[in-house]
Write a protein that binds this ligand. Sequence first.
Ligand SMILES: Nc1ncnc2c1ncn2[C@@H]1O[C@H](COP(=O)(O)OP(=O)(O)OP(=O)(O)O)[C@@H](O)[C@H]1O
Ligand SMILES: [Mg+2]
Length: 295
Amino acid sequence: MLFRRKRQVPESVGFQIGRRFDNRPLVLPWPNMPHALVSGLTGSGKSVTCHNIIGQLAAFPDVAIVGVDLKRTDMTLWAPRLTRLATSPGEADDLLDELRRLIDARTQTLSEFGALRWNPSFGPWMVIVIDEYAELSAVDTSGLSGQPSKQLEAHFRAARTTRQIRLANVSSIARLGRAVGFTLIVATQYPTVEVLDQQVRTQLDIRLMHRVASEEQVAVCLGSGRASTISAKSIPVSQPGGLWVVGTPDSPEPVRGRADFVSADAIRERAASTAHLQWPAETVFSAEPVVEEVF
Ligand SMILES: Nc1ncnc2c1ncn2[C@@H]1O[C@H](COP(=O)(O)OP(=O)(O)OP(=O)(O)O)[C@@H](O)[C@H]1O
Ligand SMILES: [Mg+2]
């Protein structure tokens, strides 16, 4: 698939990631996109949908994109357009810390300018894509075999603290980020309460649900009120990328559709052609607001 240009999306303000089954474009709102949850079983198309979203947003000059990909799928292909990419727990911790600090800096910028809402003249919109959120909860167990139990205990104690800080940072980003131009996109196979904290989940207003296994999972992905109207079998295995979307201006109620396929080659091409729009980390994370003078 070739990424569409923005002007080919006339029906709605936003960007297109596929087609609805009524043949209208499947559009996500932009700018000011709410946070989104991308869910579904393994192989259902979550990562491709994330690539799709990144690919569309990559074309906007006022968008900085950061990624967390602890499963090391192919988000690295986007590296030329990404401000930062974390592929290890340590890198994710650093990145989430920096994003948390950026929220404070941006909140201060808003108050200094007496502004109520973020505006790209203060700095770029921030898009944070976390592919397989459950990996953020995992505790690193590498190199532990044969360690004495005292050291193991200390390791797990430290790891639990690190994990708590990491998840608290995501929670802050989810709660406070929208006001300062952040959009969080969380992909997970396990959108359960154990994996995805209620505080984060309730902030993910847009839901993109790929194929799931049960009505319980429909309830978790789309909200309990919808589980009775949408069958878990409504997306066949033979249709990866098939999804239900809810929470966009076009779809206040769930709408069935399918995301476009994005190949690795299409990603490479898009990353190369938009690399000049990459926001360097030094610019994005510097406390100084980037205000362009307009005469
Ligand atoms: N929109 C789509 N159209 C056609 N085929 C698709 C689409 N999305 C995904 N696929 C196919 O399904 C495969 C799995 O997709 P993807 O890697 O996105 O799944 P996933 O949900 O991220 O799985 P996992 O949980 O294992 O990471 C892709 O390699 C591709 O072949
Ligand atoms: Mg995936």
